[in-house]
Design a protein around this ligand. Structure first.
Ligand code: KIV
Length: 269
C-alpha cells in the first residue's frame, strides 16, 4: 500500500460549485508532456477541437474526427492526475440526434477516460444535453461564437455587438443550464453581454474573449504560450515560445553543422 495519499482528480460537481466563487483556471491541451505541466496549475483541461487548427494545420475545426479527439484525449488523461479533463465533441458527431450524440460521447468517455464532453450550441442543443446528462455524461456547453458554425455565422465574429441579439444569447445560456450542463463556455462575446449572462446563469461561465466578468477563463494553450504565428487579438501571450524554440533549434543545427554536437559526454562509450 502506498504511504502517499493518492491525488484526487477535480470532479464535475466541484467545478459546478465554483459559480461566483474562486475563478476557474482552464486551458486547452492535446499533448501528454504539456498536459503534465498544465496539470499543476489548471482546474480544467479541455481537449478542444481547435487542435485541428493549431496541431494539425486545418483551416478550421470541421475536419476533426472522433478518432482524432480520442487519440489526443487519451494522451491528456494519461498526462494528468488532478485537472478535470473535458473532450470536445467534433463537428458531425452530435448534431444529428441525441442518440448519435450519446453513442459518440460514450465512446469518447470510455476510450479516453475523460470526465466530461463539450459541445457547441445553446437552445438548439438543449434536448441533447439533457439526454446525455440523464445518462451519466456530464456536458460543458459552448455558446456565443461557436467555431463549428463559422460557415453559417459568416466567420469568427464577436457576438453581441448589436444588443438586439442579446435575448438569444440569454436564452441559450438559460437553456443549456436548464438542460443540465455543468458549465458553459462563452466565446467571443462583448463584455456587457458576458457580464449579464454570467450574472443570470446558474452555472459557471468560462470565458474566451468574453471579458473578466466570467466565472473562469480558458485560452488555447499554444496561443497563450506564443507558439503560433498568429493568435486572436484578445489573447495575452504569457510567453514567446516560438522565438525560444527557433533559437534552440537554430543552436542545434549550428552544432550539428560545425560538429560540436554530440560532445564527448553525449555519446555511448
Ligand atoms: O476547441 C477549443 O479550443 C475550444 C475553446 C476555444 C473553448 O472550444
Amino acid at each position: 500500500m502506498s504511504a502517499q495519499a493518492p491525488l484526487r482528480r477535480i470532479n464535475v460537481p466541484q467545478i459546478a460549485a465554483r459559480k461566483g466563487a474562486e475563478p476557474i483556471v482552464a486551458l486547452t491541451a492535446s499533448h501528454v508532456q504539456f498536459a503534465q505541466i498544465l496539470d499543476a496549475h489548471c482546474d480544467v483541461l479541455l481537449v478542444g477541437d481547435s487542435l485541428g487548427m493549431v496541431t494539425h494545420g486545418f483551416d478550421n475545426t470541421l475536419p476533426v474526427s472522433v478518432e482524432l479527439m480520442i487519440a489526443h484525449g487519451a494522451a491528456v488523461v494519461r498526462g494528468t492526475q488532478r485537472a478535470l479533463v473535458v473532450v470536445d465533441m467534433p463537428f458531425g458527431s452530435y448534431e444529428e440526434s441525441p442518440q448519435v450524440a450519446f453513442r459518440n460521447a460514450a465512446r469518447i468517455m470510455a476510450e479516453t477516460g475523460a470526465s466530461a464532453v463539450k459541445l457547441e450550441g445553446g437552445a438548439r442543443m438543449a434536448e441533447t444535453i439533457g439526454f446525455l446528462t440523464a445518462r451519466g455524461i456530464p456536458v460543458m456547453a459552448h455558446i456565443g461564437l461557436t467555431p463549428q458554425s463559422s460557415n453559417t455565422m459568416g466567420g469568427f465574429k464577436t457576438q453581441g455587438r448589436n444588443a438586439d441579439s442579446w435575448p438569444l444569447h440569454h436564452a441559450d445560456a438559460a437553456a443549456v443550464a436548464e438542460a443540465g450542463a455543468f458549465s458553459v463556455v462563452l466565446e467571443g462575446m462583448v463584455e456587457p453581454l458576458a457580464a449579464e449572462v454570467t450574472a443570470a446563469c446558474p452555472i459557471p461561465t468560462i470565458g474566451i474573449g468574453a471579458s473578466r466578468t466570467c466565472d473562469g477563463q480558458i485560452l488555447v494553450m499554444e496561443d497563450m504560450l506564443g507558439l503560433g504565428d498568429w493568435a486572436p487579438k484578445f489573447v495575452r501571450k504569457f510567453a514567446d515560445l516560438r522565438t525560444e524554440v527557433d533559437r534552440a533549434v537554430g543552436a542545434y543545427a549550428e552544432a550539428v553543422r560545425d560538429r560540436s554536437f554530440p560532445g564527448e559526454d553525449e555519446i555511448y562509450t
